[in-house]
Design a binder for this molecule. Structure first.
Ligand code: MG
Length: 271
């Protein structure tokens, strides 16, 4: 299933997305659910909407935390002159950084060096602690696309990453959560980032989740070894090589094979 979160009758609703490319102008539908499938068992309301008629928002708003993994693709670590760490390197992004598909990334007044980072996001479905690697599939709700937007100037200046990666709007998520992939299947997906600037499409990142150093199940197990994970928590699994600058006026798109495509315009803080 693909679980979307969207605005419906001026409220947040959840639904399952059915894609049907053959329908031409109407590429898909959304079947509305009675509640949040991360919180409670839900049913279909029977209402069905055209996907093009709904405004998607971030498919999950983490209640407690977004744990992000640094330097988890060897070629990305190398592009900044780093080795990959022996154990996963973890940092947090605040839930106030989350935005959804189409929502702007606000370029901070204080920064002159903001990068995109295409990442596979793992959404946790159950409260859990000390999860063995082999049981990680039981606690994963699904996967979505993420952009770990990063102010490199503050990342270097501060020496730790809380501010650099914690600005409002620095964690686009979406377009929906795919729940039907196993960790093994999610570990072999094409992952890309493109930037449209002045009408030109710039190819930036183009890799595969197979290039992660620490795999999905290992990351879930590792994070749960120090922090209790709650339903709706998100783990960002690191970015491949090819990160690059974004500036106001750009539209940045993160695309993961079998999951979907997440596009966000970049706007100046004072726009
Ligand atoms: Mg990252």
């Amino acid at each position: 299933m693909r679980i979307a979160r969207f605005v419906h009758h001026d409220q947040i609703a959840y639904g399952t997305v059915e894609l049907d490319e053959d329908r031409g102008e109407h590429p898909g539908t959304v079947s509305v659910l009675t509640g949040d499938p991360l919180v409670t068992a839900v049913q279909f309301t029977g209402e069905r909407l055209l996907l093009g008629d709904v405004r998607l928002v971030a498919p999950v708003l983490p209640r407690s935390k977004i744990v992000a993994i640094g330097r988890n693709y060897r070629a990305h670590a190398a592009e900044f002159g780093h080795e990959v760490p022996e154990e996963p390197m973890c940092f947090y992004k605040p839930n106030t950084a989350v935005v959804g598909p189409g929502e702007p990334i606000v370029y901070p007044r204080q920064s002159t060096a903001v990068d995109h980072e295409a990442e596979l996001a793992v959404v946790i479905g159950r409260i859990c602690k000390d999860v063995p690697v082999e049981r990680a599939p039981e606690v994963i709700f699904g996967y979505t696309c993420a952009n770990d937007v990063s102010a490199r100037d503050f990342q270097h200046k501060d020496g730790q990453w809380g501010r650099a990666k914690g600005f409002d709007t620095f964690c686009p998520l979406g377009p929906w959560i795919v729940t039907h992939l196993s960790p093994a299947e999610a570990s072999d997906l094409g992952i890309r980032a493109t930037v449209v600037r002045d009408g030109q499409t710039i190819e930036r990142q183009d890799s595969t989740t197979a290039n992660m150093v620490h795999g999905i199940a290992e990351l879930v197990s590792f994070v749960s070894s120090f922090a209790t994970l709650l339903p709706g928590d998100v783990i960002l699994t690191g970015t491949p090589e090819g990160v690059g600058r974004i500036v106001p006026g750009d539209v940045v798109t993160i695309e993961i094979e079998g999951i979907g495509s997440l596009s966000n315009p970049v706007v100046a803080a004072d726009a």
